[in-house]
Design a protein around this ligand. Structure first.
Ligand SMILES: Cc1ncc(COP(=O)(O)O)c(C=O)c1O
Length: 381
C-alpha cells in the first residue's frame, strides 16, 4: 500500500536543507562555520513592535478575526499601498495570510486548475515551483538576459493557451536585481496583451539601495487588474516569525482567496495581525537603520570580493549570486563548506547551475571573515 500522495512525492529533498544540516553539525562539533544561507534579516524585530504585541494581548486581541484578516490591518495596508505605491485598493481586495508564502499558496489554489501553467523566471525563489506543483499547476521556466532579468523573447515563446500566470519577484531572491520602470512596462505590455495574471512578489520592496521601488501594478489600470500583489512584514520589519503576509488583487480573486483561507487555516494570529497594524503605520522609522546596514554590507562585498568572482549587481534584498569560472554550483558549495567552513546555497536550487547564493544577513565581522575565506578559496582553486 502506498500511503504517500503523488503530490507529496513531487517535492524534492532540498540541497539547502542538506547543506544547512551539515553546516549545523560542523558548528556543533566546534568548527567556526559561517552560515551565509540565511533567508531572514539578522536583526531583532524592533522593540516597539514587541511592546505593542504585549499591549495587543492585554487589550483582548486574542480571538479569531474575519477570514480575510483584521479589518484594521487591511485598512492600514490599503493606506500604505496608496501612499507608498500609488495603488488604490478597497479593503475587501486585501487578504492577510500566514506569511507571504501562505499568500502565494492561497493564490495558486484560487487560480489554478489541474494542468494550468505558471511561468517562473529563472533564477527563482526555491518555493515557487513547489507551491505551483502542490496546487496542481505546471511550472514552466523562462530564461534570463545578460542582466539576469526575464528574457522577453523567451517569455513570449513560453506563453501558451494553458498559461495562467507569470511570477515576478523584484527585488529578487536570489540575485538582488531590481526591475526598472521601462522593463516593467515592457513586461506589463506582454502580460496585458496575453491576458495572463501577474503574481508580483514584493516582499523585498523596502530592502533596496540604489533606486525607487516600483510595483508593476501601479503602471496602469489594465495591468493592475491582472496583478495579484504579494507583500508582508517578514523582511521589512524583521518579523519573519510573526507570519504575516498579504495579497492585493481584484475583488473576485480576493474573495476566492478569503474563502480558501476561511476553510483551511482561518486568518493568521490576531496578535501578529494587530502588531502589524502598528508596524505598517509606523513604517520607515522602524526599518531605516536596517536598510543602511544592509547597504553597507552590500558595498563591502562589492568592494572586497575577488574581482574574479562574477555576479549580477545586487540592488536590493540581502543576497548575491556568485559564480567563479565554470565551477558547478554543488561542487562550489560543498568545497566552500568543507575547505573554508562557509555555508552557501548552490544555484541549482534556484534553477541555475554554476552560481551559488550568499546571504549577507550576518554581522559585518562575520562577513569580513567570510570574504577573506572566499577570496582565499578562489586564489587556491
Ligand atoms: C521571494 C520571497 N517571497 C516570499 C517569501 C516568504 O516570505 P514569508 O516569510 O512572509 O512567508 C520569501 C522568503 O524567503 C522570499 O524570499
Amino acid at each position: 500500500m502506498e500511503y504517500l500522495s503523488e503530490r507529496a512525492k513531487l517535492l524534492r529533498p532540498s540541497a539547502t536543507m542538506a547543506l544547512n544540516k551539515k553546516a549545523k553539525e560542523m558548528k556543533s562539533n566546534g568548527l567556526d562555520v559561517i552560515n551565509l544561507t540565511v533567508g531572514e534579516p539578522d536583526f531583532q524585530t524592533p522593540q516597539e513592535i514587541i511592546e505593542f504585541a504585549y499591549k495587543a494581548m492585554r487589550d483582548g486581541y486574542t480571538k479569531y478575526t474575519e477570514e480575510k484578516g483584521l479589518k484594521e490591518l487591511r485598512e492600514a495596508i490599503c493606506e500604505k499601498l496608496e501612499k507608498e505605491n500609488n495603488l488604490k485598493y478597497d479593503v475587501e481586495e486585501i487578504v492577510v495570510s500566514n506569511g507571504a508564502k501562505h499568500s502565494l499558496f492561497n493564490i495558486f489554489l484560487a487560480i489554478l486548475n489541474l494542468g494550468d501553467e505558471v511561468i517562473i523566471p529563472v533564477p527563482y525563489w526555491v518555493s515557487y515551483p513547489a507551491i505551483v506543483s502542490i496546487c496542481g499547476g505546471v511550472p514552466v521556466f523562462c530564461g534570463y538576459n545578460e542582466n539576469f532579468k526575464i528574457d522577453l523573447e523567451d517569455l513570449k515563446k513560453k506563453i501558451t493557451r494553458k498559461t495562467k500566470a507569470l511570477i515576478l519577484n523584484s527585488p529578487s531572491n536570489p540575485t538582488g536585481i531590481v526591475y526598472e520602470k521601462k522593463e516593467l512596462e515592457e513586461l506589463a505590455e506582454i502580460i496585458v496583451s496575453n491576458k495572463i495574471l501577474c503574481i508580483s512578489d514584493e516582499v523585498y520592496e523596502k530592502i533596496i539601495f540604489d533606486k525607487e521601488f516600483i510595483s508593476i501594478a501601479s503602471l496602469g489600470k489594465e495591468i493592475k487588474d491582472l496583478t495579484i500583489l504579494v507583500n508582508g512584514v517578514s523582511k521589512t520589519f524583521s518579523m519573519t516569525g510573526w507570519r504575516i503576509g498579504y495579497t492585493a488583487s481584484k475583488r473576485e480573486i480576493a474573495d476566492a482567496i478569503g474563502k480558501i483561507q476561511g476553510q483551511t487555516t482561518s486568518a493568521p494570529s490576531t496578535i501578529s495581525q494587530k502588531s502589524s497594524v502598528f508596524a505598517i503605520k509606523q513604517g520607515e522609522k522602524l526599518f531605516k537603520n536596517m536598510i543602511i546596514e544592509f547597504k553597507k554590507r552590500r558595498d563591502f562585498l562589492v568592494q572586497n570580493l575577488s574581482k574574479e568572482i562574477k555576479y549580477p549587481y545586487p540592488e536590493g534584498a540581502f543576497y548575491m549570486f556568485l559564480s567563479y569560472k565554470n565551477i558547478d554550483s554543488i561542487e562550489f558549495a560543498e568545497k566552500l563548506l568543507s575547505e573554508k567552513l562557509i555555508a552557501v546555497v548552490p544555484g541549482s536550487e534556484f534553477g541555475v547551475d554554476k552560481y551559488v547564493r550568499i546571504s549577507y544577513a550576518v554581522s559585518s565581522e562575520e562577513l569580513k571573515k567570510a570574504v577573506e575565506r572566499i577570496n582565499e578559496f578562489i586564489r587556491r582553486f
